[in-house]
Write a protein that binds this ligand. Structure first.
Ligand code: HEC
Length: 479
């Protein structure tokens, strides 16, 4: 699901703007990001290569076994800059471990040391630099028209079933399900949304992040909050407008990849690249949301999660090739389902908790019992490539799966195959049923979004969910 993940880097570069060459170098804004990119992998608080921890300003200046690596004003006298630009065998990063620091970046470090190797006013020399960088980072304003299609990693229907909310680039976009017309844009701090669910009151919980940098779960009022109208589209500020961004549940140092909420809205679970799933109790309302458990049950990224309606079971899908079940009340792992023997991308659960479903890189949909021994009940093939998501219909005993084979498939809860939904032209990463169970929507790697009728599998609308993009969208073939 996460390959080809840097497709947007060209846009990120575009948005980053030109480097300022003449102004005084700022440690936190100019130097620290270069160190984070090139050095922290080995010189963090855990690895401390050469006994050198670079994660605070104080420690950078103190150095490792060889002593102070920076002589303020004299870049050539300490090891810090010299090791980046040296032609000797001993270089930093070590020659066999990585590319040299780009010349223009090394020049920034050199200039900073020449100017006295100072820390910016107002920053504690003992402050954790990764955290400091994260706090200071400002999300870019999404472009009016996208130069590249956005990868659709998540989508959901609005509670009335009339619109589809789609994860954009540093924003959520809302589209009319019947016409594919853009209705609303909501700016977000997260670069990407990976999971989203409406809470019973109509607020939208969104899990997302910026790959390798940060991840979060935030809750937005996208239905009632007001924004400004630009070119006929309402634009809401989910970054700083407190009427739009109503709750910030948590943030971590890498993407949050999945989110699940019980139908009563009392339990929310979200997990991702830090291998953990955080479980929140929302029974006293969002304002009093309480983190009750941090479940670390997988050896690798958690790619999918689902909750049984009674909030008893948490089902998870792992890059560690297993699906697992956690008993939330007993706080223990109850099932490990190993049958996929490859990456498990998605899980779903029957509302009454009697059946678990999982899909993965083995192209299979499998079912098993969340309260059982981890034995498979049945499996079903059909997709021609990796299967990324499985979702359960809220009203009917039906499932939908989405795949790298560019299709969505419908299944009965006993895994009998139903309609194959086509019309998208790339990997289908996201799929969701409408609240009344009558429609299914899916989103693909190239920005495509399709909406189909569950009853007969006919397409309602296929459009590209990248605002302003110019594409020739082929009309869906009627069957
Ligand atoms: C792939 C791992 C790796 C990366 C990335 C890396 N280093 Fe190192 N570094 C090491 C190892 C291992 C040592 C200890 C061996 C040595 O001193 O040559 C070391 C030692 C050092 C030392 C000497 C510390 C002392 O007092 O002994 C300095 C200074 C240093 N690194 C600076 C940097 C800088 C600056 C960067 C980023 C531009 C960087 N390193 C990136 C692995 C790394």
């Amino acid at each position: 699901m996460l390959r080809r993940r840097y497709a947007f880097s060209a846009l990120a570069l575009l948005l980053a703007g030109p480097q300022v060459a003449s102004a005084q170098v700022s440690f936190i804004n100019d130097v620290a990001p270069i160190l984070k990119e090139n050095c922290f992998a080995c010189h963090d608080a855990k690895k401390k290569s050469g006994k050198y921890d670079m994660t605070t300003f104080e420690k950078i200046m103190a150095g490792g076994v060889n002593g102070e690596p920076i002589v303020p004003g004299k870049p050539a006298e300490g090891e810090f800059h010299s090791l980046m630009v040296t032609t000797d065998q001993r270089r930093m990063p070590p020659r066999d471990k990585g590319e040299a620091v780009p010349k223009d970046k090394a020049a920034v470090i050199e200039k900073w040391i020449k100017e006295g190797a100072k820390l910016d006013a107002g920053i504690d020399p003992k402050a954790d630099l990764v955290k400091e960088l994260r706090v200071r980072w400002k999300p870019p304003v999404p472009p009016k028209a996208y130069p590249f299609p956005v990868i659709v990693n998540a989508l959901t229907f609005t509670p009335d079933g009339k619109q589809v909310v789609v994860g954009g680039h540093h924003e959520l976009t809302v589209w009319d399900a019947a016409t594919g017309k853009l209705a609303k844009r909501i700016r977000t701090r997260a670069e990407r949304a990976y999971g989203m669910e409406f809470l019973p009151g109509g607020l939208l919980a969104v899990a997302g992040g910026r790959p390798g940098q940060e991840g979060d779960v935030r809750v937005y009022d996208i239905l009632k909050a007001k924004g400004k109208t630009q070119d006929g589209v309402e634009v809401l500020d989910g970054v700083s407008d407190k009427a739009v961004l109503v709750k910030h549940l948590f943030d971590v140092e890498d993407s949050v990849l999945c989110l699940a909420v019980t139908p009563d809205g009392k339990t929310l679970a979200a997990g991702g690249c830090d291998r953990a799933v955080r479980i929140f109790d929302l029974s006293n309302g969002l304002a009093d949301a309480k983190l009750t458990q941090t479940v670390e049950n997988h050896a690798d990224w958690v790619l999918g999660c689902a909750l049984s309606a009674d909030g008893k079971y948490l089902l998870t899908a792992g890059r560690d090739k297993t699906a697992k079940v956690w008993d939330i009340k007993a706080k223990e792992s109850v099932v490990t389902f190993p049958e996929h023997q490859n990456i498990v991308y998605g899980v779903a659960v029957k509302a009454d908790g009697s059946a678990g479903f999982s899909v993965g890189a083995d192209k299979q949909l499998r079912t098993w019992k969340p309260g059982g021994e981890g034995k498979q009940v049945k499996n079903a093939g059909g997709h021609g490539d990796e299967v990324f998501k499985v979702v359960a219909n809220p009203k009917q005993p039906l499932l939908a799966t989405s795949s790298a084979d560019k299709t969505v498939r419908l299944w009965t809860a006993d895994l009998a195959p139903g309609k194959v939904l086509s019309g998208l032209n790339d990997f289908v990463y996201a799929v969701a049923f409408s609240p009344d169970g009558e429609l299914v929507a899916a989103g693909s790697y190239d920005g495509g979004v399709g909406v189909w009728s569950v009853k007969d599998g006919t397409p309602v609308k296929v459009f590209n969910a990248s605002p302003g993009i110019v594409t020739k969208e082929p009309e869906p073939k009627k069957k």
